[in-house]
Design a protein around this ligand. Structure first.
Ligand SMILES: NC(=O)c1ccc[n+]([C@@H]2O[C@H](COP(=O)([O-])OP(=O)(O)OC[C@H]3O[C@@H](n4cnc5c(N)ncnc54)[C@H](OP(=O)(O)O)[C@@H]3O)[C@@H](O)[C@H]2O)c1
Length: 248
């Protein structure tokens, strides 16, 4: 898909690898200046260098999404440097799987803080600058697990379902200001996150996917690119499943 994002600035949280990096590539290929965030400095530097080949203005910046102050400082710095923030992709996320009765309080808190509070923090930090320009595209990365549940992922499923409620509420709040807020719910995508699953579990999942394959990072990136484009200007509060039919 080809769209014109020249002159636009995008922030992609967790853009140093996996789905987030794939999204940054798709946006940069279409002309956007991408600010990717992550925690691991080495990975961030590598990803920044690779993105600059596509669009020299791309940058990597350190961000702990669970820290509101950190998110506000980053949003301010980006706005002051580039004069606008057009696109925010809330992608940073993590898992810490355990069956309910064995799940530690710390596992619950860390997943909710990163996946759900992180989306609140970054959206709150960036929305004020989008409001100034009366334009914005906010795209939150949820998961089909929000709809289907999964044993051992009560924390993750709750965080990803929370993102959907958040998306719909904020979509209503910002609709009059030409800011759209949507979510993408991927199925199983080949990244570090799914790499750590046992082969038996992966085979089990594969048998449940009507299209018979795991997703590619590009499958998610193209959905995000569409929602960030002019073509999607009348779509808000929507959840787009990208799961090869795993969730229908
Ligand atoms: N892979 C799948 O099958 C799948 C399916 C459905 C939904 N998703 C969602 O898609 C998103 C990306 O997944 P992925 O598979 O690409 O994950 P990944 O390969 O594990 O990458 C996660 C990214 O998030 C960043 N991150 C994690 N915790 C963070 C924190 N507290 N503060 C800031 N950045 C943080 C990581 O930065 P560092 O490199 O610095 O650690 C990294 O860039 C996640 O929200 C995930 O839940 C994935």
């Amino acid at each position: 898909m080809k769209v014109d994002l020249k002159g636009q600035t995008a922030i992609i949280t967790g853009g140093s690898r996996g789905i987030g990096y794939g999204i940054a590539v798709a946006l940069a290929e279409n002309g956007a200046t991408c600010i990717i965030t992550g925690r691991n400095e080495e990975r961030l530097k590598q990803a920044e260098k690779a993105l600059q080949v596509l669009e020299p203005s791309c940058r990597g910046m350190h961000l702990q999404v669970e820290n509101l102050k950190n998110a506000e400082t980053l949003a301010k710095a980006v706005y002051e440097k580039y004069g606008r923030i057009d696109i925010l992709v809330n992608n940073a996320g993590m898992t810490s799987d355990q069956l309910l009765l064995r799940m530690q309080e710390e596992q619950w808190d860390r997943v909710i803080e990163t996946n759900l509070k992180g989306v609140f923090n970054c959206t709150k930090a960036v929305a004020r600058y989008m409001l100034k320009k009366r334009y914005g595209r906010i795209i939150n990365i949820s998961s089909v697990i929000a709809f289907m549940g999964n044993p051992g992922q009560a924390n993750y499923a709750a965080s990803k379902a929370g993102i959907i409620g958040f998306t719909k509420a904020v979509a209503r709040e910002l609709a009059r200001k030409q800011i759209t807020v949507n979510a993408v719910a991927p199925g199983y995508i080949q990244t570090d996150m799914t790499e750590k699953m046992e082969q038996k579990a992966k085979d089990g999942i594969l048998s449940l996917i009507p299209q018979g394959r795991l997703g590619r990072v590009e499958d998610v990136a193209q959905a995000v690119l569409f929602l960030a484009s002019e073509a999607a200007s009348y779509i808000t509060g929507h959840v787009l499943n990208v799961s090869g039919g795993l969730y229908i």
